[in-house]
Design a protein. Structure first.
Lengths: 431, 258
């Protein structure tokens, strides 16, 4: 084997949530090593959830991630509702969707414009980008603020909202309180369309892979809270069969488990996967804008995930406005249910992708076991596969540019490292 | 510090990211913060990392690995002022629940190969390892208190952060007391204000994000919970949450009779 050994090392990856590192080594025409390492400290959520009460779980799991706390609340709430046999319908279900719109908007706007867009234009950060592109950054900050405002109005605060509980909410907003959001949502919708057009004009590296995309799919709606887990390669299962189809392994250099689909390998979750699998469920203005910028599904270029992310912002504004228009105050803030012993499964679509929870609960509501698989753990193997696939061509770039390109490729996935590190599971060899 | 542009560094230890995210959630003020401060080190926001020394270090997260211990000591040397932000950095955070358990068993429960995982027996507040100049409470911090802190740093004055209880905020909001009227256990009487009494506003009891107020009467409140019909185990769980490892809440089991 001939050729010089070249390595790229990034000890602390910037503009992602949490602490991660990259290591890539090639020699001649061979990629010797690719690692996306997570060195964030373990926090042991699944261990200390045992012995807590089921009603404490949504508030505790929220603390896994300050960027997508509502997703953690929702996946746990749905898992307990599954265990207790509770169905939440009507306006309460609509409020959950509205809440999710808020979280997608704030999280996607943060990632797309403050963390990811600077890569495409060669800025170290969005503050520096704002000097040359003040309009874009200001529009993005407004959009992000409207997303956070939904969270505040429905949950008291944008990070770790306090209104969510099993069966519904501790308290629900009045019709008037919900309608008060309308004007900002309309303005946010217009601005988000402008922002979607803006990202479509960025320069995208030429890179495509034959991905297996995975997300929820629901017969009537773009997926937030419910649906079946599907893929473009034939997967179509109910949530409770997740663990029969996905496996995780613990590798030595990372504090997170890596997921793969049994018998196939790595897969992608998140906005690009969702939009490829659920394009037909988008609302008109989102689809029309995507058509006008020439975005077609399936899109297999991960650098274009920023387009999918911005399209989901537009969708979230459209969906939020629909809910605001149709909202009727529920008779009760939560449905009645009986606590009983059992096992429950929940999977919802966090901004970064599918988030799976499973709990065993005792008859008095005490948690007996917990299992959580965050989106970043699911994407981790896929991120490494991307880095491996592009390593030889990227290594031909000047060193600084190569480092930056690898970083950008990881940011395509909007990794949330705080999430990924905490949820590793005990048994690996189930088969 | 008045007059010059202070160099600021933001660090993360074991945490959810929510407290440093609160800086970025100041959407209306963010661009001006970027002008008033030199953001010299803030990995979540920028890949341009400048070397210390820094005028101010903001630290999120609790100290929970051998590496954290070394790092926080070197950060202390790099920063003229060190401010901890949030429940993890000031009280150990939710991951401090391990402090009552066997961390080896935890590691085996969560990880397939616990031998790959390096961790300390306890997750601790930053102040257990280095001197801290100011602590901003909350899970997460209140972003407007964070803004007050930044303004105070610019002006070279002490931040104006109240240390009275959540009850004060709750009364000012005109809420009906959830404990008196509905018998819902609420930590408000012993927890520091700062959140705006949001939990009672949403018809539920305070669960302690901002940690103990100045001179809290923990025993009296714990006894009241027992009188409301809670068993001792549930009373302990109520205190043992996001700020459970704070000095005043840590010993609650010894304060309850029975």
């Amino acid at each position: 084997m001939k050729g010089k050994v070249k390595t790229v090392k990034v000890d602390y990856l910037a503009r992602v949530e949490g602490e991660g590192a990259l290591y890539i080594k090639v020699k001649g025409n061979e990629v010797l090593d690719v690692k996306f390492k997570i060195f964030e400290a373990p926090r042991f959520f699944e261990a200390f959830l045992r012995g807590r009460k089921y009603y404490e779980v949504p508030d505790i799991t929220a603390r896994i991630c300050g960027i997508c706390p509502f997703a953690y609340q929702m996946s746990s709430v749905h898992a307990f509702e599954d265990a207790f046999g509770v169905r939440v319908e009507g306006p309460l279900r609509e409020l959950r969707r509205l809440f999710y719109c808020g979280e997608w908007i704030e999280s996607h706007a943060l990632h797309a414009f403050l963390l990811h867009a600077p890569d495409f234009l060669g800025y170290d950060d969005a503050l520096r980008m704002a000097k040359d592109h003040p309009d874009v950054v200001k529009k993005a900050l407004f959009v992000k603020k409207v997303g956070n405002d939904i969270m505040i109005r429905l949950g008291g605060r944008e990070i770790h909202p306090v209104s969510v509980c099993v069966g519904g909410f501790y308290k629900v907003p009045t019709k008037r309180q919900v309608e008060a959001m309308r004007e900002d949502l309309k303005r946010g919708l217009d601005l988000s369309i402008e922002l979607l057009r803006w990202v479509a004009d960025l320069k995208f590296p030429d890179f495509e892979q034959d991905y297996e995309f995975v997300s929820l799919r629901h017969p009537d709606e773009y997926p937030f809270n419910e649906g079946r887990i599907v893929s473009n390669k034939g997967l179509d299962i109910p949530i409770r069969e997740y663990e029969d189809n996905f496996v995780e392994e613990h590798v030595p250099y990372t504090n997170a488990l890596q997921s793969y689909i049994k018998g196939r390998g790595s897969y992608m979750v998140g906005p690009l996967a969702r939009i490829n699998l659920n394009y037909d469920k988008l609302w008109d203005r989102t689809r029309d804008t995507l058509k006008s910028i020439g975005f077609k599904v399936p899109c297999r270029n991960p650098f274009k995930s920023i387009i999918a992310r911005c399209a989901e912002i537009v969708y979230s504004f459209e969906e939020a406005l629909r809910i605001v228009d149709e909202y009727k105050e529920p008779e009760k803030p939560k449905v009645d249910y009986e606590v009983k012993a059992g096992r429950g499964y929940g999977c919802t679509e966090a901004p970064r992708g599918s988030l799976y929870h499973r709990y065993d609960v005792a008859a008095d509501g005490t948690v007996l076991s917990a299992r959580i698989v965050p989106p970043t753990a699911q994407n981790q193997k896929r991120m490494e596969d991307d880095l491996r696939a592009m390593a030889l061509s990227v290594m031909k770039l000047p060193y600084e540019k190569a480092v930056w390109r690898f970083e950008q490729a990881v940011r395509n996935y909007d990794p949330c490292i705080s999430c990924a590190t905490h949820f590793l599971r005990l048994e690996v060899d189930r088969s | 510090m008045a007059g010059k542009v202070p160099r600021i560094a933001v660090y993360k230890f074991a945490s959810c990211d929510g407290c440093q995210l609160s800086i970025v959630d100041l959407e209306d003020e963010l661009l001006e913060i970027g002008q008033r401060f030199e953001i010299a080190y803030f990995m979540e926001v920028t890949r341009a990392a400048r070397k210390g020394p820094y005028d101010v270090g903001l630290v999120e997260g609790s100290i929970s690995t051998p590496h954290d211990v070394e790092l926080i000591k070197s950060i202390r040397k790099d920063c003229k002022k060190l401010v901890t932000i949030g429940a993890c950095a000031t009280a150990g955070g939710i991951q401090a629940l391990r402090n009552w358990a066997n961390v080896e068993e935890f590691s085996k429960y969560v990880y397939a190969k616990p031998e790959y995982v390096q961790t300390l027996e306890k997750a601790s507040p930053v102040s257990e390892y280095v001197q801290v100049d100011f602590e901003l409470r909350g899970c997460p911090v209140n972003k407007y208190q964070l803004l007050e802190l930044l303004s105070a740093l610019l002006a070279g004055r002490k931040p104006n952060i109240p240390t009275y209880s959540v009850c004060m905020e709750c009364k000012r909001k005109g809420n009906v007391c959830v404990m008196v009227a509905k018998g819902i256990p609420c930590l408000g009487p012993v927890v520091q204000a700062g959140c705006g009494a949001i939990c009672p506003t949403y018809s539920r009891g305070c669960y302690g994000c901002f940690g103990p107020m100045e001179s809290p009467n923990v025993k009296s409140l714990a006894t009241r919970f027992i009188d409301l019909g809670m068993n001792k185990k549930d009373v302990i769980l109520t205190f043992r949450g996001f700020t459970g490892w704070s000095k005043e809440f840590r010993e609650v089991d010894g304060l309850i009779e029975g």
